[in-house]
Design a protein around this ligand. Structure first.
Ligand code: U2F
Length: 574
């Protein structure tokens, strides 16, 4: 069946259910943004010009909100606990509904069993018939629950699953045997999925798919009125829980420095009295409902982070409401190797500041990332912020239209169930060198005028998404990952393209000198050692990794182009 856009959200609101603060929060959010979603749906509908879209049967099982997982989040919704995950789930549900799919929502193991048609009760009762869904969106808690209640059949059906995973999972952590043998085993990873089945909150690593969420959008009149009504010396502190305020250190404390110049506001949850962590000069509004926080941000000039929470939605909302976001740089970067919060998370990603997306994708003049231990640097940042005029800004990928466009593209094109036949390039090297490869400078761009692969025009490439026209083959420096190598040339690493470059012909075409070419199971492959003239190809497709790097090795990197403001999609991806 063809999917039709929906702009009425009442059926969705009924489906979400009631009886918990988390659900009420999500419903309030869905209602508040309804009009924005409807406008976005109409725009995307027009852009896609009646293109056929399959209507999918989708199950959304929100594992972390089930009683069976302990549901530690719901009781804290009104007490300053994390809301980022609920923001994202509300938006995912809305996007799927608006795109017109056939949606079932489960928030308990019982509902899960009902929808899957497995008999209720304890123990693992394998699902015997076919899976009644095309897609299942869940999280790590939900995976555990499905394993318990679907037993062996989970393995059979896992290509239909998408895991919403805030901080991301790198391939080395996801491969059970490899993780166990090489010290990448954590409590979360090792599901042996294709790493693109993990979907993150920000575009953290291209090894995963970027799901995201949305932020409030402003029309031109609102933007103008915000700019007119900005209070130049008003700051709002990022941190709705008192413990987040402890992070301000130093003799005088940067909060005092800030207070010299600005009126400081907070939205810290409290029961009866001001929390001792919050200085008396701070005007604390208490935890605000989302729409009231937006109003406060509209007046404020500065939104300031103390280093925690990491990578939340609030800075995007602040920037969208015309604030400058000031945040600490992390020296050295925080990661699962050196920081308690990230310890045990299935990634070695290095977090360079409180909000690397704001730092790297948005940057000046909307974002300032400084060393908070240096009071001079901090002081001058505050003064610069008071002088600087900025317009409200929201990257396209965080608008409703951007999210709908991305989720639409994933649903219609990502297929982890189809068998990917091994790719055998013909005449690869001849065509590759004819196409003009260079090894120093290290980039090869396939010829634009040839078909399919660009350099192997007589090869019928299997239908690929992203399409092969987006591929740019590149060689990293020693020790550099493909994430960095592609980035440094203005591209993004595309793990789906690894299978096209994991062959001798690619090495030969790039004139890499190999005395031996081995095929091994190692997440840094394909790669080669220049000194030892050793080349290695990847034997285990699940370990294709953009993130992998190793000091003595240069990697073969499949990069691709991307749309401005929509990094998840290549130019020809829609
Ligand atoms: C992040 O979780 P948080 O919930 O702590 O993220 P925030 O950026 O603080 O804000 C989430 C939402 O809370 C709302 C605000 C944001 O959309 O509008 N809010 C509010 O309604 N009232 C207020 O007074 C203040 C904020 C991240 F999202 C999680 O994934 C991580 O687990 C967590 C830890 O790093 O950080």
């Amino acid at each position: 069946r063809q999917a039709a856009f929906r702009t009425d959200l009442s059926v969705l609101l009924d489906q979400v259910g009631a009886g918990k603060e988390s659900l009420s929060f999500m419903k309030r959010r869905i209602r508040r943004l309804a009009q924005q979603w409807a406008m976005a749906a109409n725009r995307l509908d027009a852009t896609l010009e009646q293109r056929w879209r399959d209507q999918k049967k989708i199950l959304v099982h929100v594992g972390f909100l089930t009683e069976e997982s302990g549901d530690v989040f719901s009781p804290k919704v009104l007490k300053g606990g994390p809301l980022g995950e609920m923001v994202q789930w509300a938006d995912i549900l809305t996007a799927l509904h608006v795109l017109g799919h056939n949606l079932k929502i489960s928030m308990s193991v019982k509902e899960l069993q009902g929808f899957l048609g497995v008999p209720p009760g304890r123990g693992s009762c394998p699902l015997t018939g076919p899976l009644p869904f095309d897609l299942i969106y869940t999280d790590y808690h939900g995976m555990q629950q499905m394993k318990q209640h679907m037993g062996l059949s989970l393995k059979k059906h896992k290509c239909h699953i998408r895991v919403i995973d805030t901080f991301g999972t790198e391939p080395a952590y996801n491969h059970e045997e490899y993780a166990t043998l090489h010290g990448y085993r954590t409590n979360w990873g090792y599901w042996n999925l294709n790493a693109r089945q993990y979907m993150t909150m920000f575009p953290h690593t291209p090894d995963n798919s970027f799901m995201g969420f949305v932020s409030e959008e402003l029309n031109e009149t609102e933007k103008r009125s915000i700019q007119q009504n900005k209070v130049n010396n008003m700051a709002v502190v990022y941190g709705k829980e008192a413990s987040m305020w402890k992070l301000q250190q130093g003799k005088e404390g940067f909060l005092q420095i800030l207070h010299r110049y600005m009126e400081v506001h907070g939205t810290v949850y409290y029961e009866t009295q001001r929390p001792p962590e919050v200085p008396a000069f701070v005007k604390n509004h208490g935890l605000l409902p989302q729409h009231e926080l937006q109003q406060l941000l509209r007046k404020a000039k500065l939104f300031i982070g103390f280093g925690f929470p990491y990578e939340g939605p609030a800075p995007l909302e602040a920037i969208a409401n015309g604030c400058i976001f000031l945040q600490p740089k992390f020296h050295p970067p925080h990661s699962s190797l050196n920081h308690e919060f990230f310890r045990g998370k299935p990634t070695s990603r290095e977090v360079s500041s409180q909000h690397p997306y704001a730092e790297q994708y948005i940057g000046n003049p909307h974002v300032m990332t400084v060393d908070y231990n240096n009071s001079l640097e901090f002081d001058s940042a505050i003064r610069e912020i008071m002088r600087t005029k900025v317009e409200p800004y929201l990257p396209y990928e965080y608008t409703c239209e951007g999210m709908l466009e991305r989720v639409h593209a994933y649903i219609q094109n990502q297929d982890f169930c189809a068998l990917e036949p091994p790719f055998v390039p013909a005449n690869f090297s001849r065509q590759l060198s004819a196409g003009g490869s260079r090894i120093t400078g290290s980039m090869f761009v396939p010829r634009a005028n040839s078909t399919a692969l660009g350099w192997a025009s007589n090869v019928t490439a299997p239908a690929a998404w992203p399409p092969l026209s987006s591929l740019r083959l590149l060689i990293s420096q020693e020790g550099q990952s493909c994430v960095e190598a592609c980035h440094s040339e203005g591209f993004i690493c595309e793990p789906a393209h690894f299978r096209f470059i994991n062959n001798k012909e690619a090495l030969r075409g790039l004139k890499v000198q190999c005395e031996v070419v081995d095929s091994e199971v190692n997440h840094i492959l394909p790669a080669f050692s220049e000194v030892r003239r050793e080349c290695g190809l990847q034997q285990e497709p699940l370990l294709f990794s953009c993130a992998g790097h190793s000091p003595k090795y240069r990697r073969l990197c499949p990069c691709r182009d991307f749309r401005r403001g929509q990094v998840a999609l290549c130019r020809d991806c829609l």
